[in-house]
Design a protein around this ligand. Structure first.
Ligand code: IPM
Ligand code: MG
Length: 451
């Protein structure tokens, strides 16, 4: 082999050709590498362009998100700022109400009035039926006073759901004016639409006439029950019940209001009644373990005021356990005078009325310093009218309210006569709400025969 090598080296023509081949090979290789570099360069450029495109796209998307999020936050802030503005005006409105309460005039003295004007508002549903019968009894009992002009019974017929829907006013202005011309009001139940924005006529009247004490007696002598409820009537959940705040699609907030002045005056009314009627046990009903501000303060104010009434013994109850204890035969006999914030008073008094024989059997007085309104504690029972059973409605609750009204204006003897005749009629005349029972008119005839 070594030999052959030597021989090749020795051929100069062959060497030159080989060198040329080698040269061409190197040139081809160089050209390939240049092309490859060119390709790589183009690929790099393409990749860079693509990367740029992608990042621009992503950047675009990010900007959109940021803008959307910003807009959302802005609209939330606008909603929150609207709501805060609304809340601020509610606070100012309530402060103005407190000022009014603190400056209120001395209570009306019925004894000193030349004429006592009693407005009669039949209301909706079964209202006209039971009002008509109650008015018959009143006209009978007050005949001499009506005759002499000392008492006027004034019909106020405009407080109907039709008028209220037509004007979209809880109590149409002209009707409110008529009512304000009277001293006291006997009112049948009024219908309150669920939802929407039309406020309950009751709630509006209680607020407009500042009827702060809702007084509801419940008696079942055979069970040892002799209760009287002092339900706060202008505050609590009712004060701003139609003025809650909503961020549509997100949340809604309603408010409960307790004021020092409002709580003091309902507690005072209850304590004065207790002392004047030889009662010593006062039940304060709240849910102060949960609603620490409103109910907590309600209870505190009741206790503070009670320091001026040393004969009274106060007990604090939560509304849930109180609703149970009203059914506890041993415990409930000790209860005498209840003081409750508005909504608990609404609920607990329906329960108490049911123990007495049904919500149709209890009367309700809404007392303020200048006006007072007396009503049944039940609703307008529109279903009875739809079924054509209006004449079978039980007028006893409104009759009880009328007796409370007579007491309030100082006609105690007439109130007692009404109550006695009513008790007799309840025992003797069976009302079932259907045609197998008596009608409201037959029930009233029975009463009138005994008066
Ligand atoms: C009542 C009634 C009212 C109330 C309604 C009719 C607004 O239930 O007098 O107890 O909730 O106070
Ligand atoms: Mg009620």
């Amino acid at each position: 082999m070594d030999n052959n090598k030597d021989i090749k080296k020795a051929d100069p023509g062959k060497t030159a050709r080989a060198e040329q081949r080698e040269l061409r090979r190197k040139e081809r290789e160089k050209a390939r590498e240049a092309k490859k570099a060119e390709r790589e360069e183009r690929a790099r450029e393409r990749a860079a362009k693509r990367a740029k495109r992608i990042s621009a796209k992503e950047e675009g998307r990010g900007v959109k998100d940021i803008i959307n999020q910003g807009l959302q936050e802005l609209s939330n802030m606008e909603d929150v700022s609207d709501a805060t503005g609304q809340f601020r005006s509610l606070l100012l409105e309530q402060l103005a109400r407190i000022d009014k309460m603190e400056q209120s005039a001395a209570p009306k003295d019925f004894g000193s009035l030349d004429v006592i004007k009693i407005g009669v508002c039949p209301g909706d549903g079964i209202g006209p039926s039971i009002s008509e019968q109650t008015e018959r009894v009143l006209r009978h009992l007050l005949a001499p006073e009506i005759e002499s002009g000392k008492i006027e019974l004034i019909a106020i017929n405009g407080l109907t759901i039709q008028n209220r829907l037509a004007t979209m006013e809880a109590v149409p202005k002209d009707v409110l004016e008529e009512i304000k011309q009277c001293d006291v009001l006997l009112k049948g139940p009024t219908t309150t639409p669920k939802g929407g924005s039309l406020e309950s006529a009751n709630v509006k009247l209680r607020r407009e006439l500042d009827l702060y004490a809702n007084v509801r007696p419940v008696q079942v002598p055979e069970l040892g029950i002799d209760w009287i409820f002092y339900r706060e009537n202008t505050e609590g959940e009712y004060a701003l019940g139609s003025k809650g705040i909503e961020l549509p699609g997100k949340l809604s907030i309603d408010f409960k209001v307790t004021t020092e002045a409002g709580t003091k005056r309902i507690a005072k009314a209850a304590y004065e009644y207790a002392v004047a009627n030889g009662k010593t046990n006062i039940q304060i009903v709240t849910k102060a373990n949960i609603l620490k501000k409103t109910d907590g303060n309600f209870s505190r104010i009741c206790h503070e005021l009670a320091l001026d009434y040393p004969t009274l013994k106060l007990e604090d109850w939560y509304v849930d356990i109180m609703s149970a204890k009203l059914l506890d035969d041993k415990r409930r006999r000790d209860f005498q005078v209840f003081v409750l914030p508005n909504l608990y008073g609404d609920i607990i008094t329906d329960e108490a009325a049911e123990i007495q024989g049904g919500v149709g059997t209890a009367g309700s007085a809404n007392i303020g310093d200048q006006y007072a309104m007396f009503e049944a504690i039940h609703g307008s029972a529109d279903r009875m009218i739809e079924d054509g059973r209006g004449q079978y409605a039980n007028p006893a609750s409104l009759m009880k309210a009328a007796a409370m009204m007579l007491r309030h204006i100082g006609y105690i003897a007439q109130a007692e006569r009404l109550e006695k005749a009513l008790t007799e009629a309840v025992d003797a005349v069976k009302l079932t709400g259907h045609d197998d029972g008596a009608t409201a008119a037959e029930f009233t005839d029975y009463m009138l025969e005994r008066l």
